[in-house]
Design a protein around this ligand. Structure first.
Ligand code: GDP
Length: 366
């Protein structure tokens, strides 16, 4: 190959030497204009993911590169998996450049929740993480929500500087960039960058000119290893990532009762007065209610609880967490899987989730 070519799906530099490295395209396929690397090709046509060869160090280098620039950082987070989609130490790595936060996948949360309420909630959560954004915009890349507002905010806040879009894998960065391109650059479908439900699909910086001197750069997604999406089989992943508005499922629980979320998580109400547990999970994930005393037995009946994780065939392989719940409303989050809003007079719960998956208690989002 004489000229350096980039994959129009992920931006990786095209090469035909090493099949295991990013940007690989068989020699015979390099001869046309818009080349898609083998990885993106498989993803686009067969929804099949090839392993990513980017390490955490590579991602840190990317953030440091951004830290060396005077730029605007657009930081995308996922409203459905807020903590799972945070990049640890982001502000430090990017040397406290201006950050515009886009809180994505708003369409998954119930329509009845006001945008302002979500925005304030996001601001409070960010404050706890030490992030002071220049602005927060609630959005849904899928529904083009607030796209003009975002575009104008980027153009306004960047003050002539370059823009870097960062985010953990799966937050919807590619979908958003494609929506931007579609609206503001009249880009035809076949040129759009790769979008998929599998984590880690964007491999290199993709540059989109903003004017004569400056660019918007799309960066690779940073893999957050505590995300549920890394532990599931591809066919299951497509089902447990909610694609549409969550339908809250309300349960009045007494102590010593248990809810199972498929085979992937469980909550036991250990003690407390009768309380309402509102579950926000993908509608493809069946919720089972049972007495805690019978719950272990139910887990081992595999037909009843679908979506298993390899190596976890017994409830004792899961990690258990205990939380004291406050008087009033709170959320218990199983990162990437869903959350349960508990409205109670106080009490105690135990949560089971696969090891490595973060489980936490937070201020209720809804
Ligand atoms: P990336 O890894 O951050 O580039 O994320 P993608 O754009 O590839 O999206 C990851 C998954 O989230 C895909 O299944 C998308 O369909 C889905 N997704 C992206 N944006 C939205 C959104 O605004 N709402 C919903 N419900 N899903 C989204």
């Amino acid at each position: 190959m004489d000229k350096e070519m980039k994959c129009f799906g992920c931006g990786a530099i095209i090469q035909s030497e090493n099949e295991k490295h990013i940007g690989y395209v068989p020699k015979s396929a390099v001869n046309h204009e818009n080349v898609l690397c083998q990885r993106c090709f498989q993803l686009k046509n067969y929804h099949k993911l090839q392993e990513s060869h980017m390490s955490k160090d590579d991602f840190l280098k990317i953030l440091q590169t951004i830290g060396e620039k005077n730029c605007l950082v657009v930081y995308m987070i996922d409203l459905f998996d807020f903590n799972g989609s945070l990049i640890q130490g982001l502000m430090r790595h990017i040397s406290y450049n201006d950050v515009l936060v886009l809180a994505n996948k708003r369409d998954i949360l119930p329509k009845s929740v006001k945008e302002k309420k979500l925005e304030h909630w996001v601001r409070r959560q960010l404050k706890e993480e030490g992030i002071k954004p220049i602005d927060v915009i609630i959005t849904s890349g899928k529904k083009n929500m607030n796209l003009d507002m975002i575009y104008n905010a980027i153009m306004d806040y960047r003050k002539g500087r370059d823009v870097y879009v960062v985010g953990a894998t799966n937050v919807g960065k590619s979908t958003f960039i494609n929506a931007l391109l579609k609206h503001y650059a009249q880009v035809e479908d076949q040129h759009l960058i790769t979008v998929s439900e599998f984590p880690g699909t964007t491999l290199n910086f993709i540059e989109i000119p903003l004017d004569e001197q400056s660019y918007l750069f799309d960066t690779p997604g940073i893999i957050n290893n505590s995300q549920m999406t890394h532990f599931l089989k591809q066919k299951d992943l497509q089902k447990i990532i909610p694609q549409s508005e969550l339908r809250p499922m309300v349960y009045q629980l007494n102590s010593d009762q248990t809810l199972y979320f498929g085979g992937l998580g469980r909550i036991d109400y250990i003690s407390g007065e009768q309380a309402s547990f509102i579950a926000y999970f993908s509608k493809h994930l069946k919720i089972h209610r049972t007495k805690t005393i019978k719950a272990n037995e139910l887990y081992n009946r595999h037909q009843a609880l679908q979506y298993e994780i390899e190596g976890i065939d017994n409830i004792h392989c899961m990690k258990a967490y205990e939380f004291k719940i406050p008087n009033g409303k709170c959320d218990i989050v199983i990162s990437g899987l869903g959350f349960i809003t508990i409205n109670s007079q106080g009490g105690k719960v135990r949560v089971y989730a696969p090891p490595k998956i973060s489980v936490m208690i937070r201020e209720a989002i809804i």
